[in-house]
Design a protein around this ligand. Sequence first.
Ligand code: GDP
Ligand code: MG
Length: 379
Amino acid sequence: MVVVATKIDKQCENITEDADHLYKCIKSHDAVRRISKDLDIQENHVLPVVNYTTDEKKSNGKDRLALGALYTMVDLAKKYLEKHTDMVKKVDEFEERGHLLSSRRSEVETKVKEMTEEMASFDSETLLILCIGPNESGKTSFIDSIYSTLMREICQITREFGAYGGKSGDFLNTEMFHMYKIGDQRSNVYFGDMAGMEKAVCTLKEYIQCFLEGNSQNIFSLPDAVKSSQSTDKPGRRAKILCACIVVHCQFVDKFNGLPGKLKETMHPLQQFLSIKGIPYVVILTKGDEQSENAKLDKIQVYESKKVKRCVKTLVTELGLKQNFIFPVVNYTHENNVDATGDIILLDALEGILKRGRNFLEGTRNRESNSNKDYKSDL
Ligand SMILES: Nc1nc2c(ncn2[C@@H]2O[C@H](COP(=O)(O)OP(=O)(O)O)[C@@H](O)[C@H]2O)c(=O)[nH]1
Ligand SMILES: [Mg+2]
């Protein structure tokens, strides 16, 4: 505790010109000593100041007293915190991610080029980023949004295949499996859009298995239609999954105060399945803008939203995920133009997906070349 002793100029008028008078003036020293004794507080914790009240000019003496008082307060607080480290607020890693992204909002163009080069640098086989998740979680919109960010304008590539997102009745929901090429002509990376998990007419395991085996015919009751957009070269049916994006929306997690039972039932076998196959995955958390007024104006604010944070925490605990596997995004659903705050969080998600995909491919290749070496040495 400190005591701020005001009006010390009443004891010593010269103090406002020269703060050193505090040490020379017996009256002011006596006043400090009296306060210290009356309040039972160390003498050097009594901080004499003279407030600016009607002054028009700055006073060196007043400034020095105020700064001296502030210095003592900060010093005491610092020493207290050093002794009580448990009271220092832990850095919120999720918010820190948001701050970092915010500082990079001017780097969108560079990041777009970097991602385009990255996609072009993968080998020639067809690589697939598979979007899976419940109905209306924002899978289709996510593909359109990533595409828009890379093209620097709002695009709806999914719409030409009748996959455009929307509530039943307004628009057709995704009913067929489609692959959409992302990046420039050199790229072999595709996003795979699926109908919601609820639409599968088989178990989830079969749903993924059929797909991995290049046979999605049995997955849905509707006719399959594998198509590639922006490309005349037909991707082979045996596309290699580079990464899976499990797309969930905030309300879904929040409304049920945790993951709804049905989703949990499907998520766990899905995670298990992907782990067995060694396929990397991330969670794309959509619609954070509906949880936060601030995020409607500045999309990076999803990182500050209490509700979004609660969803992330739920996903971390219930799915056993690390926080940096979860990417909150705000899809472009009603905008006429792309914007830096939306772009930077979508690009961060894309970077996370490609990074995991690259590690997965390199790991697979290393394993394959090692087993070839072992095979040769056995001969
Ligand atoms: N506010 C908001 N709405 C979204 C977002 N993503 C998708 N939507 C809306 O949610 C609905 C379902 O989206 P859709 O992409 O069709 O979901 P899908 O069934 O998983 O493919 C549509 O009405 C979209 O406009 C988002 O990030 N924010
Ligand atoms: Mg869809």
